[in-house]
Ligand binder design. Structure first.
Ligand SMILES: [Zn+2]
Length: 158
């Protein structure tokens, strides 16, 4: 199915983020014709910007390309459940469908935590599909944090 290939692109962005020593999360925005109009990975460290999550960067690029602060009919694919900030931005951008990979028990804001889309203040709620290519997205994160712990622990085994 088409969403699988789009999640593959998001996973490629996540891997590129890991190569930059950023938390490996990637996102793409797809227009109503099924074309990828923006793709990004986390850049919080590189940009010294706590808001530079993959979803925010992809939404900004897609909105800039569209010349609009809203993206009706567009879909967003992201490798990890969005945090509350990104979920709110997805709602503001009027994204049609949200596909995400791994669940984020620590910082997720969609299926847990503040559950942004279930909140009465969410004026636009996308269709949400979780668990897309979940195992691969989760493995990227697990490997990344395991490697970081290994690097931090002097002489510690990985
Ligand atoms: Zn986020």
């Amino acid at each position: 199915m088409s969403f699988t290939s789009h999640m593959h692109r998001a996973l490629a962005e996540a891997r590129a983020a890991a190569d930059r020593a950023e938390v490996p999360v990637g996102a793409v925005v797809v227009d109503p014709a099924g074309r990828i109009v923006a793709a990004a990975g986390n850049r919080t460290r590189m940009n010294s910007d706590p808001t530079a999550h993959a979803e925010i960067l992809a939404l900004r690029a897609a909105c800039a390309a569209a010349g609009s602060e809203r993206l009706p009919g567009h879909d967003l694919y992201v490798t990890l459940e969005p945090c509350p900030m990104c979920a709110a931005a997805i709602s503001f951008a009027r994204i049609r469908r949200l596909y995400y990979g791994a669940a984020d028990p620590k910082s997720g804001g969609v299926a847990r935590g503040p559950r942004i889309f279930e909140h009465p203040q969410a004026h636009h709620v996308p269709e949400v599909y979780g668990g897309i290519a979940e195992a691969e997205a989760e493995a990227l994160l697990t490997d990344f944090f395991r490697a970081r712990r290994g690097a931090d622990a002097s002489g510690g085994d990985i």
